[in-house]
Write a protein that binds this ligand. Structure first.
Ligand code: 5GP
Ligand code: SF4
Ligand code: MG
Length: 455
């Protein structure tokens, strides 16, 4: 998911719309904005893409005020349905509050059972709603104390934006799994999942919000920073660099594009191959393919052309045309691939089904050899911290060796970037989370790992 918030700007909702637009890659299922006019909160949220949900300018008349938070969602906990669209907004005895969440809580089921035993009735199936219920039962008095009290009970990954009629509060979990940055636009403070959202609205990048930090925007135009949680060694998500974040973003102190290119270079050093051309699976494999080609001294070409108008919602109208599958999205440039030994670069193999179709497609286009290179290690474990990987059984690498995966996708050879190579290319001085590759989860689970928490 992606979150965006702005405080103290008269075009708050309009700018949040733009911010969400820049973060669309982080979630395409639904989106929403909640604004504050100083007295009341106002919401507009729906299933669908940002441009569709906010395409009608009349919508912004319903979102007055100088502060707003927004969210783009793809579901990791809770089904993809209307009632689960964020930000969540509630009225309770202490006033109205809205919350937008990127991440995934690992003790959600336990907390939910506990809260229900004391009479809480949940309106959604999202783990985020638990935070609201914890706020309601908190014993402390001030809003900040109540948020801290609530968050001290949750475990997992969270970048949160809270909005009340007078305040905006941003929080990043102590492990710092997901990125969150702070910007300034004139006198307004801006918070966004990725810096590409700041770029779009021409806000200046101030800094990242640190793991375990709480940033409170105050009415005098300042911010207050607190570190109210027990300190732990941060473990930012390495998969943000591999796949999830936008290449023009700066996250965890690094530019994503340059890191992806370096992953490709490192991959070329680890798995070189005699070939005539390097191509990528667009768009996610592109920077790594350019790095691979550069390092290997093999020309890079756009060998697969993507139809940019195919959304995730594309539904084949009849069973009789189902088999077109990936061809709807990708088409090879036959004149380029015919008679060539081709290296195909992608960022990851999840189920293996796409890769298999792509290898076949490249071969049908006339390639004499197809060598698959992946700019991350085998994805063998599901993510429980906010990336929607399928459960363990569906991950081809959880039960198959590299040779078996190679045979399944019908490639002439297959090479994955090593875990050491990945960590070195990313070059962060502190620890990282790479649990989906290693199985070493930085936050333990109260439930057995394969008991899938997703719906
Ligand atoms: P596969 O061959 O496993 O079917 O598909 C691999 C493709 O899925 C890669 O191109 C990769 O970019 C993409 N991918 C990796 N992780 C995710 C994810 O979390 N969500 C989506 N939608 N695609 C992903
Ligand atoms: Fe990121 Fe993988 Fe860790 Fe999930 S398990 S937070 S995707 S590195
Ligand atoms: Mg891809």
């Amino acid at each position: 998911c992606g979150v965006f918030g702005i405080y103290n700007h008269k075009e708050a909702a309009n700018l949040t719309y733009l911010g969400l637009y820049a973060l669309q890659h982080r979630g395409q299922e639904s989106c929403g904005i909640v604004s504050s006019d100083g007295l009341h909160l106002h919401a507009h949220k729906r299933m669908g893409l940002v441009a569709d949900v906010f395409g009608n300018p009349a919508v912004f008349k319903k979102l007055p005020g100088s502060a707003a938070i927004g969210h783009v969602r793809y579901s990791t906990a809770g089904a993809s349905v209307e009632k689960n669209v964020q930000p969540i907004m509630v009225d309770y005895s202490r006033g109205s509050i809205a919350v937008a969440h990127n991440g995934n809580l690992v003790n959600a089921q336990i907390l939910k059972a506990e809260l229900e035993a004391y009479g809480s009735i949940f309106q959604t199936t999202m783990d985020t709603e638990i935070i609201i219920h914890l706020l309601a039962v908190a014993r402390t008095n001030s809003l900040v104390d109540r948020i801290v009290e609530a968050l001290n009970r949750i475990k997992g990954a969270y970048c949160l934006l809270f909005l009340t009629k007078s305040r905006m509060i941003a929080v990043r979990d102590p492990n710092g799994f997901r990125p969150l940055c702070l910007g300034k636009l004139g006198n307004a403070w801006v918070v966004a999942s990725e810096s590409c959202a700041l770029d779009l609205i021409e806000a200046t990048f101030v800094r990242e919000i640190e793991p375990g930090e709480m940033v409170i925007c105050t009415r005098d135009g300042g911010i207050k920073s607190l570190f109210p949680f027990k300190k732990v060694a941060p473990t930012p998500c390495i998969f943000e660099f591999v796949y999830f974040a936008r290449p023009d973003s700066q996250i965890f102190g690094k530019n994503v594009y340059l890191i992806r290119k370096e992953l490709g270079r490192q991959l070329a050093r680890e798995y070189p191959v005699e070939a005539d051309v390097v191509i990528s699976v667009p768009d996610s494999g592109m920077p790594a393919a350019m790095g691979y080609a550069e390092e290997a001294g093999i020309p890079f070409e756009l060998g697969l052309i993507r139809n940019h108008y195919v959304g995730r919602t594309f539904i084949e109208p009849a069973q009789s045309i189902r088999h077109f599958g990936v061809k709807i999205k990708l088409n090879p440039v036959k004149e380029l691939l015919k008679g060539k030994r081709v290296v195909v670069i992608d960022d990851s193999i999840v189920r293996g089904t796409t890769s298999r179709k792509i290898v076949k497609m490249v071969r049908q286009a006339g390639a004499t050899e197809v060598h698959m290179r992946i700019s991350s290690p085998p994805t063998s474990y599901p993510c429980y911290y906010g990336i929607d990987t399928p459960n363990r059984k569906e991950l081809i690498s959880s039960s198959h060796t590299v040779e078996e995966v190679c045979r399944y996708i019908t490639a002439d050879s297959l090479g994955y970037l090593s875990s050491e190579g990945l960590v070195e290319a990313v070059g962060l001085s502190n620890e990282v989370c790479k649990a989906c590759f290693s199985g070493a989860y930085p936050i333990a689970f109260p439930k057995p790992m394969d008991n899938n928490q997703r719906e």
